[in-house]
Ligand binder design. Structure first.
Ligand code: ADP
Length: 542
């Protein structure tokens, strides 16, 4: 017997319709590439998104066509989020931090038709244009007076001119909620990048989950500033979840340095933010140096790579900002787990609570999760056994775009490539990426723990632990450290810092001091590059 309720499809356009009708006057504030602050409301966003949709339809864009962006977090990018997906076309957010040739490869693979880009990326667009095979139109997110000039971009158009003449009247079309809505390529640290194709259904369900109190806890009382870029897994879903709950949105544009961010946090009374640890390092340095405080910020989501415990403590103890340590991946839209304490933790000491918060958190409903051994046998949730982490659920990938890489699933589960423990309360802790684990004498050493300890040393700006060949143990850990400016720090002091904190055999065999650690396009340490750099390194123990 079927239920007798409406079968309204879960469409992205419904988020916008809801925000326009019920939160129409709520603000969206953007720092523009033009340098000024732009403010308007959800009502304006809805109106201009309909103009975008009408312009795309008039230009011959059909359902399923891929429309690409190379853009910062800003209101025009948001209009494309809704205008493109709303008519059944696919929004493809390209990552401008990749090399132009890589971007062109991805755009060609996706067969993108139009490219909308921020004027700051004009040089990138100039470099990629000769390699792009399917792009037909090149539209800068600016009015005619502000088009980049001089420029080598052939056929350059202005976004404001493109949408300017279009009607803002449109009935958003209804279609199957399984329709593709947006496309994001994984960074491809191994092999070619692969496309993850989200649907309207997966996106809307993910937004519901993201807003839950034990997830990002979003509401109409919040002002949300996503530092995480809208080209990095849809800014972790915030451009969809904010209109769903009617939260104010603050979009930082290209200003991701500590000073610019801090100014926006304060002037726009931001309550929630989200970003990768490397961004927060910059912000914390700025705030600490100026002896500043956050007057309205309550929570920040930190994920994408492990939040160093020292950072978590600094936010909570010095600034009264709750850290929501989150884990996920492009293939998961991206949210999987968030680390919010349970009632049973309320009576624990602060130290014991921190020990729980350092973990990557509990699964949000919608993400089913388990750990298995190399034979695929499920391991106990005792917080000790660690194994390959598998996930499944309505916003987890089933297949990569165009079937790239074959069937990724194992028995209906998606193998995340992460190695983790899960404790009896459901808190998951990543011990490593499976390819970053250090295999010493048949035993595994997790690099994340070792990096966290190093990062807690006051003289350390950044730290990575990688495997280096060892004649006896096969692999042993090498600690690679970037010192804070002007700090003297020796190998001996660094190694002493590990005493009593870990099993002795986990201690790195050596320390290498470097000026920089290579970062990838989403701000993560490129360990594969580091391993390459140190591949002939001779450990003193070898
Ligand atoms: P890519 O895998 O292409 O680098 P993603 O953004 O999809 O890009 O990265 C997902 C991976 O990032 C996860 O599988 C995990 O290894 C790592 N990651 C994400 N969040 C965390 C976290 N909180 N702690 C540790 N690792 C994390």
């Amino acid at each position: 017997m079927h239920g007798l309720m409406m079968g309204s499809p879960l469409l992205i356009s419904s988020l916008l319709t809801h925000a326009e009708r019920h939160h129409g006057a709520t603000e969206i504030v953007s720092r523009r590439t033009e340098g000024d602050i732009h403010r308007y409301t959800y009502r304006d966003l809805a109106r201009r998104s309909r103009q975008v949709a009408n312009s795309l339809l008039a230009a011959g864009v059909k359902p399923g066509d891929r429309i690409a962006t190379l853009a910062w977090n800003g209101y025009r990018h948001l209009e494309l989020y809704y205008g493109v997906s709303g008519i059944g076309a696919v929004l493809h957010t390209l990552n401008p931090r990749l090399f132009p040739e890589q971007i062109a490869w991805i755009a060609n693979h996706a067969e993108d038709r139009f490219l909308f880009f921020d004027t700051t990326f004009a040089p990138v667009v100039e470099a990629l244009q000769p390699h792009a095979k399917t792009l037909e139109r090149w539209i800068a997110l600016a009015d005619i007076a502000r088009l980049p000039s001089p420029t080598a971009i052939a056929g350059l158009e202005s976004y404001e001119a493109f949408i300017g003449g279009a009607s803002d009247v449109l009935e958003w079309p209804l279609f199957d909620e399984g329709t593709a809505s947006s496309l994001c390529y994984t960074s491809g640290t191994t092999g070619d990048p692969k496309g993850v194709l989200y649907s309207h259904r997966s996106t809307v369900l993910h937004s519901y989950a993201a807003a839950l109190p034990d997830a990002l806890n979003l509401s109409a009382r919040d002002a949300v500033l996503p530092v995480v870029p809208m080209f990095h897994v849809n800014a972790w879903g915030l451009p969809y979840a904010a209109p769903m709950v009617g939260a104010k949105l603050v979009l930082p544009g290209p200003g991701l340095d500590g000073k610019s961010l801090y100014e926006l946090f304060e002037s726009e009374r931001v309550t929630v933010s989200a970003g990768v640890p490397t961004v927060w390092l910059g912000l914390l340095n700025y705030v600490t140096a100026g002896d500043l405080k956050f007057s309205t910020m309550r929570r920040t989501v930190i994920g994408g790579s492990a939040c160093p415990p020292a950072m978590l403590r600094t936010f909570e103890e010095n600034y009264g900002v709750q850290v929501l340590h989150a884990w996920g991946m492009t293939e998961m839209s991206p949210l999987g787990t968030v680390g919010v304490l349970k009632n049973k933790h309320a009576g624990l000491s602060r130290e014991e609570q921190y020990a729980v918060q350092y973990k990557q958190g509990r699964a949000i409903y919608g993400v089913d999760m388990k750990i298995v051994d190399d034979m695929g046998r499920e391991l106990p949730q005792d917080g000790v056994a660690f194994g390959n982490l598998l996930v499944r659920g309505p916003w987890v990938i089933r297949s990569y775009f165009k079937g790239a890489g074959g069937d990724p699933l194992e028995d209906g589960w998606f193998p995340t490539g992460d190695v983790a423990t899960i404790d009896a309360d459901g808190f998951m802790q990543i011990t490593d990426r499976s390819k970053d684990v250090i295999k010493s004498g048949g035993e595994w050493i997790g690099s994340i723990d070792l990096e966290n300890i190093a990062m807690a040393h006051p003289g350390v700006a950044m730290a990575a632990v990688i495997a280096v060949r060892h004649p006896k143990w096969d692999e042993r850990p090498l600690l690679v450290v970037v010192r804070k400016p002007g700090v003297e720090l020796t190998r001996e002091e660094m190694l002493r810092h590990y005493e009593g904190k870990i099993a002795k055999w986990w201690t790195p065999d050596d320390v290498a001091f470097v000026d920089t650690i290579p970062l990838g396009a989403t701000g993560k340490m490129l360990k594969a590059k580091l391993r390459e750099q140190f591949k002939d390194y001779r450990l003193p123990t070898a």
